[in-house]
Design a protein around this ligand. Structure first.
Ligand SMILES: [Zn+2]
Length: 342
């Protein structure tokens, strides 16, 4: 069954500022990854529609949405020290927020086994009321909120090297969306301790695995096996959404993790077992080395097609297994506590 590849020329028009690492060339590298994946007929281009304001407001405050529109359309500038936007960014942001929504109906209809949304700007740091960390709207959260709103149980796994603080905050007390992040610590934005496990009715539906610099692919796979899988076994997801940041690659200039494209292939394949075909949505987040973006995109697309492409060998032996053990223990204690008190 084919895979949807969702992208739009307007994503190239978003300009985060001169010399900014989150640059349009990133999507050209992703395009090169498509070619490298060699999937030909199996990959179907899908043009996204813009999200409506009501859909964006499933995650963001209406005051923020209005303010961002005014800011962009009056010429833009800096929204925070890391995050810039220009006039063209408004349409790009709405099209990025709409990417997942655009393809859900077609996934429902059985047209595709999965969708890869190659969007800019990225989304997982964006908070309800402000832009942050290169992100304007939280694209994956908009899709997750829409799915949860129609009764789905959404498992959202974020393997970007940075903690997806915006996504976590969106669903921290929401039992319909489980959020698991594997990320480098210490690193921007500084959130994502293993002790952040959700609140209220969402207690136990957030998990964090903050791995140290140098962590390798086997550590990420252990986090999937020991933290994500046990959570999924009690959560029973009907959809899998992945925040695919490729900045955990060892070549990335902003981070210090040690993954390769081969590791991205394996981690993605491990995750795909957690939701049925046709219920899998992948969003591009970060990733700032163009070669790593190309190879990792190729590896993930081939994984979505049910095959394996490892442009570089998988890695093992780095630090962080102890952190996985701690996160797994925290999760099992939270589940035990919930069972005892319910
Ligand atoms: Zn990142």
């Amino acid at each position: 069954m084919p895979i949807a590849f969702v992208t739009h020329p307007q994503y190239l028009a978003h300009d985060a500022g001169f010399g900014h690492p989150e640059r349009p060339e990133r999507l050209r590298a992703v395009r090169d990854g498509v070619a490298r994946a060699g999937l030909d007929d199996e990959l179907v281009a899908v043009a996204p529609r813009p999200a409506t304001k009501a859909e964006v407001e499933g995650v963001h405050d209406d005051g923020y949405v209005e303010a961002l529109e005014r800011f962009c359309l009056s010429g833009g500038g800096r929204l925070d020290p890391d995050t810039g936007a220009g006039t063209a960014s408004w349409d790009a942001a709405l099209l990025a927020a709409g990417a997942g929504l655009s393809v859900v109906d077609r996934l429902d209809a059985g047209e595709f086994t999965a969708a890869f949304c190659a969007v800019r700007p990225p989304g997982h740091h964006a908070l309800a009321n402000r832009a942050m960390g290169f992100c304007l709207f939280n694209n994956i959260a908009v899709a997750a909120a829409a799915l949860a709103g129609r009764g789905e149980r959404v498992l959202l796994v974020d393997y970007d090297a940075h903690h997806g603080n915006g996504t976590q905050a969106s669903f921290y007390d929401d039992p319909r969306v489980a959020y698991v992040s594997i990320h480098q610590h210490p690193l921007y934005p500084g959130t994502g301790s293993a002790l952040e496990t959700g609140a209220g009715n969402g207690q136990g539906t957030t998990a964090n695995v903050p791995v140290p610099p140098g962590a390798t692919g086997d550590v990420f796979r252990a986090a999937v096996a020991d933290v994500v899988v046990p959570l999924a076994e009690v959560f029973h997801p009907t959809w899998l959404l992945v925040s695919a940041g490729f900045d955990a690659h060892r070549a990335d200039p902003l981070t210090n993790l040690a993954l390769t494209s081969g590791d991205y292939a394996d981690v993605t394949s491990d995750l795909l077992a957690l939701a049925p075909p046709g219920r899998r949505l992948v969003f591009l987040e970060g990733g700032y080395d163009l070669g790593a973006l190309r190879d990792s995109t190729a590896a993930v697309l081939v994984a979505l097609a049910g095959d394996r492409l490892a442009p570089e060998a998988a890695t093992s032996g780095g630090p962080g297994r102890d952190v996985v053990d701690v996160a797994a223990l925290v999760q099992s204690r939270v589940r035990q506590h919930r069972a005892d008190t319910s």
